[in-house]
Every structure is written in C-alpha cells, then in structure tokens.
Design a protein around this ligand. Structure first.
Ligand SMILES: [Zn+2]
Length: 91
C-alpha cells in the first residue's frame, strides 16, 4: 500500500524540503488580473515551487469568482481579507 499522500513535507517535483510559509499568487483571467497576498502555502527550499492546501484553493476559487463578476481590471487582496469576505464559509 502506498496510499500515503499530503502528509510528508517533500516537494513532488524535485524531492526538496517544503517549509510552511506564505505565497503571493497571481491569477490571470481574460477580463481581470487578481493578485492574492499572504496565501498560506508550503514552499520548496530547492525549486521554490509553492503548494496550497485544497481547502485554501477552494476558498480562493470562491472569492475569485466574486471578484471576476465585479469586472475590476486589477485586484490586489490578501488572503486573511478573503476569509473575512466569506461569512458563509465555516463560522
Ligand atoms: Zn522542489
């Protein structure tokens, strides 16, 4: 059995060590450009690839869809603000 996933802090790309930290993630759409700061992520020490948890990606996707509907050309937001913008989630 080799079903162990998501527990080890090792980079799937290069096998380097992953360190918990924050990332700045740009999202580019045809009609808008969104930059999200302070996203919790694991960062590879070797190749600097960033990995976000599935829950984090879900949260980002939800808010990105809202931002796209606003038709703002460029948005710069921080992840903690996203959490505050989504009162329907969690509680
Ligand atoms: Zn790596």
């Amino acid at each position: 059995m080799t079903g162990r996933q998501g527990e080890d802090s090792q980079c799937p790309v290069c096998g380097g060590d992953l360190t918990p930290g924050v990332a700045t993630v740009p999202f580019i759409f045809p009609e808008t450009f969104v930059v999200v700061k302070d996203v919790p992520a694991e960062v590879c020490n070797s190749c600097h690839e960033t990995y976000m948890a599935g829950k984090t990606v879900d949260q980002l996707t939800r808010v990105l869809n809202q931002l796209r509907s606003l038709r703002t050309e460029v948005s710069l937001i921080s992840y903690p603000d996203i959490i505050n913008m989504s009162p329907a989630v969690g509680a």
